[in-house]
Design a protein around this ligand. Sequence first.
Ligand code: FMN
Length: 331
Amino acid sequence: NQHARLSTAPMMDWTDRHCRMLHRQLTRQTLLYTEMVTSAALVRGGALHLLEFSPDEHPVALQLGGSDPKELAQAAVLGQTAGYDEINLNVGCPSDRVQSGCFGAVLMESPALVADCVAAMRDAVEVPVTVKCRIGVDDQNPEEVLPEFLARIVAAGCERVAIHARKAWLQGLSPKENRDIPPLDYPLVLRMKEYFPNLHISVNGGITSLDEARAFLEAGLDGVMIGRAAYHTPTDILAAVDPVIFGTGEVVAAEDAVHAMLPYIEGHVTGGGRLGQITRHMLGLFAGRPGARVWRRMLSEGAHLPNAGSSLVLEALTQVAQQQEMARQCE
Ligand code: FMN
């Protein structure tokens, strides 16, 4: 549980293994979540390649989507065997595709089924089984349904929960709108800690700085999960996490994180992978700093050139250094 003091949120198409590798260069301690992988893809589709990751990413949690206890248990075993440190169940994602398979946030309406899923996974694996949920959906009253939901999953063996502190409105909003429009209710999440003092509770949603994260921890929550801000401005959010949140290690410079990525990038490209698959996650490394624009441009334009590799990244870093030197001289 120690690493869950701060975690990066699971994000489809964003928190893939390359993204996590970058984040790991910025923080040793933070718990990193995968994108959601459906239990059907693993168990029925045999898509085991979706589980591949580098041992350097630890601690890393696999998020599963599904609502069939037996299938989720099988998927959890596959995740544990692949080496994940935790198996998380997605009860928060509102996308249509997910609803059609009856999982994600719509499961907030079926706490007994979620409890069955948790219990089945719990019985199948040794690693922690956790849940990511919303405070409710549609016209549910979060004040009532959230404690009931939590009581059920705790009784089923859920060891930790991350609560996205807003409802999902399943009718009429796009998934993106559902991350912004339903209002945040942080006080409700804080009250859950009073009802469930022994449950490890992380708050998620709309957190954009480490100061905010620290304030939630000081207010009594056990963990903070950050999604979009960690992705778009990884240096601002993640580079100081180890000293500020975990009380260990030092602030990491974005440049050092880039250097640490070079062998990984070289290995990926040499093995036939495309540079852009990694660098697309690195565009925000210098956000708000001198050189941000040239960095972003060189990586996004250059990554598609034939034979683009780690030397392009190094070259972009040199340009950033020049811009920074110029900025210093003008100060
Ligand atoms: N939440 C999930 O539980 N599973 C997902 O696969 C998932 N995919 C997402 C993809 C994108 C591009 C984004 C922006 C969010 C996604 N989310 C998913 C929601 C995030 O995990 C998080 O709950 C949400 O973005 C709110 O946190 P934030 O304000 O810190 O970003």
